[in-house]
Design a protein around this ligand. Structure first.
Ligand SMILES: *Cc1c(COP(=O)(O)O)cnc(C)c1O
Length: 486
C-alpha cells in the first residue's frame, strides 16, 4: 500500500496520517539507537571500501517505503562510523548531539521557514538573535558585538579573516601577513587561502614548552615583516589546540596585537565553551578582549554537527563584508536593533541553526549545561592524574581544559622506540572498542591524547579508559623492556 496517490503523479505530499506514522517510526528507530549507544563499539567497522562500492546505485524511478530505508540506515550504515556521539569517543575533539538539537532540526526542516532575512520570519530570527546574545554574554563580549552561526569553526575562521583583511588591508591584500602558532588548527591555513591570503603570507610562530604560541617570537616576526615592507594585519591564537589542548597566552597576544594595530582572532572552536566554567576563567583570560572569536557549539555546547559560531567585537566589520542590498530584498525596520543573518554572513538561504541552541538551552536551562561542561573538565583532570601515575607514562601536556597528551618511555628508550610504543598503546586501547583515542605528531614525537567533551562521557567511561590505558601501558612496556618492573 502506497502512501502516495497513484492517480496523481505530481503529488509530493503525504497524508497527515502517513506523516504521523513516519515521524513515529523515525523517532522509534532514533531513540532505540540512542538508548543502546553506550553498548555500541566506540568505532564501528569503517574498513568499508568494498561495502561503499556496493552501495552505489542510480536514482530510483519508483518509491520505496520508509521502513525499508530505515532498516539499512540504522542497521548497516550508521554503525559503520566513529561513534562520535557516544560516551567512549575521546579522540580528536568529541561531538555532541543533544536531543533538542535533533528536535529543532526536525521542526526547522518541517516548517521550512526562511530565516535568512529578518522580514521573512521576524520572531524566529529573534530567537536566533537571542541565542547569539546569550553566546556573547557567556564569552564576555560586549552587547555591540555581533554574532553569526556558521556550519562550523572552519567557516567561522574564514569569515573572521575576511573581516580583518577588509578592515586592515582593504584592497592591498598581497602585502598582508597573518600570524598564528605552529600548533594552530589546519583550518586556519585553509580559511586564509580561501580569503586570499597566500601560504607565503602565513607565519607559523614556534611554541613554548607548553605548546603555546611564543609571544617574543611573534613580536620578532612582526618586526621582521615590517622591515621587509610587508603589512602584518592579523594574529590567530588558539584557546585549546587540537594536539595538546594548549591555550595560547591570550592576554599577551592581545596586548601585542593592540600595540601593533593587528586584528586578534581567537580560535576557541574547542576551548571557548570552558569560559562558562568559573574555575577556568583565569586560564582563558583575554578571550573576551578578542576582536573576533570562533566558538563551535557542535563541540563544547554539545549541539549537532553543523553548528559553528563567530563573534565579532565590532559588528560593523561583519556588515561591511557581508552586507548586501537588492531591489527584491526586504530590509529590517532598524538594522541596528533587528538582526538580519544574511547581512552578517556569506549565506542567504540557510538552515535554522539558532533553533538548535534555543531549544537546548530552554529545555535544559543553563545551570545544567554549565554543570555538564564543568564535569567534562573535572573528568579530564581526574583521568590525567591517574594516567600520569601509571608506570612509564610521561604526561607531556597536562589538561589546561579537558584534553591531555602523554607518551610512553622507559630507561634507555629512544624517541623512535617511544613513538612506536605510544602508537601501539593507542592501538591496544582502541582494539577493545570501549573507548576511542587518537594520537598526534608534535615535533617528531607521537603523543597519545584523551579529550573529554561528549556530554555522554561520564565517570564510568573515563574509569574504563584509565583501566584500558593501564593494561595497555603495562603490556606494551613489558614487551619492550622485559627487565623492568611489571
Ligand atoms: C574543530 C576545530 C576547528 C575546526 O572547526 P570545524 O567545526 O570542524 O570546522 C578549528 N580549530 C580548532 C581548535 C578545532 O578544535
Amino acid at each position: 500500500m502506497s502512501d502516495l496517490p497513484t492517480d496523481d503523479l505530481a503529488c509530493l505530499e503525504f497524508t497527515p496520517d502517513a506523516m504521523r506514522r513516519m515521524a513515529r517510526d523515525v523517532a522509534e528507530a532514533l531513540v532505540a539507537h540512542l538508548a543502546t549507544l553506550s553498548d555500541q563499539p566506540a568505532v564501528g567497522d569503517v574498513h568499508a571500501e568494498a561495502f561503499c562500492r556496493a552501495m552505489r546505485e542510480p536514482a530510483p524511478e519508483s518509491p520505496t517505503p520508509l521502513e525499508a530505508l530505515l532498516g539499512p540506515l540504522f542497521g548497516e550504515w550508521i554503525p559503520r562510523s566513529y561513534s562520535s556521539a557516544g560516551p567512549g569517543y575521546l579522540g580528536y575533539v568529541p561531538g555532541g548531539g543533544l536531543f533538542p538539537g535533533a528536535l529543532a532540526d526536525f521542526i526547522a526542516s518541517g516548517v521550512n521557514r526562511y530565516t535568512g532575512v529578518w522580514a521573512a520570519a521576524p520572531a524566529l530570527v529573534q530567537l536566533e538573535s537571542n541565542t547569539l546574545d546569550w553566546l556573547k554574554g557567556w564569552m564576555g563580549f560586549p552587547p555591540a558585538a555581533r554574532g553569526l552561526y556558521t556550519p562550523g569553526g572552519s567557516t567561522a575562521a574564514f569569515c573572521a579573516i575576511v573581516c580583518a583583511r577588509e578592515r586592515l588591508l582593504g584592497t592591498d591584500i598581497r602585502r598582508g601577513v597573518l600570524y598564528t602558532s605552529s600548533q594552530t588548527h589546519h583550518s586556519i591555513a585553509k580559511a586564509a587561502r580561501t580569503a586570499g591570503i597566500a601560504p607565503d603570507r602565513i607565519r607559523a610562530i614556534p611554541h613554548d614548552a607548553r605548546y603555546r604560541l611564543r609571544v617574543d617570537a611573534l613580536d620578532g616576526a612582526i618586526a621582521e615583516d615590517r622591515r621587509r615592507g610587508l603589512q602584518p594585519f592579523l594574529v590567530v591564537s588558539t584557546a585549546g589546540t587540537t594536539n595538546t589542548g594548549a591555550v595560547d597566552p591570550l592576554v599577551a597576544v592581545g596586548a601585542l596585537a593592540r600595540r601593533e594595530g593587528l586584528w586578534h582572532h581567537i580560535d576557541g572552536a574547542y576551548g571557548a565553551c570552558f569560559h562558562l566554567v568559573d574555575e577556568l576563567r583565569p586560564v582563558l583570560a583575554g578571550l573576551s578582549e578578542a576582536d573576533s572569536l570562533t566558538v563551535d557549539p557542535h563541540k563544547g555546547f554539545f549541539l549537532p554537527y553543523g553548528t559553528g559560531a563567530l563573534l565579532v567585537r565590532d559588528g560593523q566589520a561583519l556588515r561591511d563584508v557581508f552586507g548586501g542590498s537588492a531591489g527584491y530584498l526586504p530590509g529590517s525596520p532598524d538594522p541596528h536593533e533587528f538582526y538580519d543573518p544574511s547581512q552578517h554572513g556569506p549565506d542567504l538561504t540557510r538552515a535554522f541553526p539558532g533553533l538548535r541552541m534555543w531549544l537546548a538551552v530552554k529545555m535544559f536551562g543553563m545551570r545544567r549545561i554549565r554543570a555538564a561542561i564543568a564535569e567534562k573538565r573535572a573528568l579530564a583532570v581526574d583521568a590525567a592524574a591517574r594516567v600520569a601515575a601509571l608506570p612509564g607514562i610521561v604526561m607531556t601536556a597536562p589538561p589546561e581544559l579537558s584534553l591531555f597528551a602523554f607518551h610512553l618511555s622507559w630507561p634507555g628508550s629512544t624517541l623512535d622506540d617511544e613513538n612506536a610504543a605510544t602508537s601501539e598503546l593507542l592501538a591496544h586501547v582502541n582494539a577493545r572498542q570501549r573507548v576511542y583515542l587518537t594520537g598526534c605528531h608534535v615535533d617528531g614525537r607521537v603523543l597519545a591524547r584523551v579529550c573529554v567533551l561528549s556530554f555522554r562521557t561520564r565517570a564510568d567511561r573515563v574509569e574504563t579508559a584509565v583501566g584500558h590505558l593501564a593494561d595497555a601501558a603495562a603490556h606494551v612496556r613489558s614487551a619492550r623492556w622485559p627487565a623492568g618492573p611489571r
